[in-house]
Write a protein of this length. Structure first.
Length: 228
């Protein structure tokens, strides 16, 4: 049994995590603790630790890249210290996943307004990731939570760029797991999404290697890369 603890500030796209449990392996668990609108507390982290978590993920892309590159690292150092467990965040997971795929250039297909999209691309560039193009959808979290396959595919198509080797969909409020095969088939390249990357990062920290169909090329890769 491998347990990845997830700290989530809301409820949007939460259904992606049990879907990933089913698609990946029967002995992978992803318990969720909701932090409300606040940063994770020591009580939140303790709840996951007592539940057997082997790693902890702050499952909020905007809640990590908004601190900048150095601030995001300090955030996970604080989480690791509080929980006594390996910790990371969705934003840092994106960087590690891009490195895992060996990509030099990415495109960003964000639901965010322009300022948040710019902050995410700046975060990626600070990590040494070249951003070929970035699309700002300008949708609210409430709108995004109701999107289906058509809207998700349209977002990815709008954000793609022929120079990019990978397309990133960074919003954790976006339901994407059910659409990963269609996304990669449509674009002809790997696609990284927030819920997918969050779980992959947690498993990586827990030293659990998992290969699976239907959850993107990220889970078809072998080995472990160094931390971002």
């Amino acid at each position: 049994m491998t347990t990845v603890g997830l700290l989530i500030p809301g409820h949007s796209a939460e259904e992606d995590y049990p879907r990933l449990e089913v698609l990946l392996d029967s002995d992978i668990r992803m318990p969720v603790v909701h932090t409300g609108t606040a940063e994770p507390s020591e009580e939140n982290i303790a709840e996951l630790r007592l539940g057997g978590a082997e790693s902890v993920l702050w499952a909020s892309t905007r809640g990590s890249f908004g601190r900048g590159w150095e601030g995001a690292h300090q955030q996970i150092r604080d989480l690791a210290r509080a929980g006594g467990l390996p910790a990371s965040s969705t934003s840092l997971g994106f960087v590690n996943a891009v490195r895992k795929l060996g990509a030099a250039r990415v495109a960003v297909a964000a639901t965010y307004p322009q300022d948040d999209t710019d902050r995410f691309t700046e975060f990626l560039r600070a990590a040494g990731v070249e951003v070929a193009a970035a699309h700002a959808g300008g949708a609210t979290a409430a709108e995004v939570a109701g999107w289906g396959e058509a809207e998700v595919l349209a977002l990815a198509r709008a954000g793609d760029d022929p120079r990019a080797e990978v397309v990133l969909l960074p919003d954790t409020a976006l339901h994407t797991v059910a659409h990963l095969p269609e996304l990669e088939e449509m674009l002809g390249k790997p696609v990284l999404t927030a819920t997918q990357v969050t779980v992959w990062e947690g498993l990586r920290l827990a030293d659990r290697r998992t290969w699976a169909l239907k959850v993107g090329r990220l889970f078809a890769q072998d080995g472990r890369e160094s931390d971002a």
